[in-house]
Write a protein that binds this ligand. Structure first.
Ligand SMILES: [Zn+2]
Length: 159
């Protein structure tokens, strides 16, 4: 485990310890620790917490870090929590850029692009696993020829 992975695991474990025992969103079932928050003794994801309080579930994120670039993108609050968490893995000097270094500003832009790619890797991995699990479920519940039966079902449905 790299030092970055260790710090991330430690950060997530500390956040889990602050949450009540149930560590999924009480409203939608979200499980990503980066999106979860304690809310009046319950656990809610950021999207649900905002929606339940009547506010927009969208927030503005500074991809390159607020001190590097005022540019923001609008994204769901859960994704904002995930991207903010990813910025915690940046070298602190790049994120804070105390002397407004143009090189660190550029480093922030590179790290923003990297975080976008890393998030895409996570999402593609989650979708691949979901499709593999769904295929196994269909094979076990319907049979080895489940996809042929599904095609026949679709043809009948289309008329
Ligand atoms: Zn939720």
């Amino acid at each position: 485990m790299s030092q970055e992975q260790y710090r991330k695991a430690l950060r997530h474990e500390r956040k889990r310890e602050k949450l009540p025992r149930r560590r999924t969103c009480a409203f939608c079932g979200e499980t990503d620790i980066r999106a979860l928050q304690a809310s009046d003794g319950a656990v809610l994801c950021a999207d649900c917490r905002l929606a339940l309080s009547g506010r927009s579930p969208f927030e503005r994120h500074h991809p390159a870090g607020k001190r590097n670039d005022p540019f923001t993108v609008k994204m769901p609050a859960n994704e904002h929590g995930i991207f903010n968490d990813m910025q915690n893995d940046w070298p602190p000097r790049t994120l804070m850029n105390p002397k407004r270094s143009p090189l660190l500003r550029q480093a922030g832009s590179h790290r923003a692009a990297l975080d976008t790619l890393l998030r895409q890797v996570e999402i593609q991995r989650e979708w691949a696993t979901l499709k593999e699990d769904l295929e196994e479920f269909c094979r076990l519940k319907i049979g080895e020829d489940w996809c042929r039966e599904f095609e026949m079902f679709r043809k009948e449905k289309q008329g």
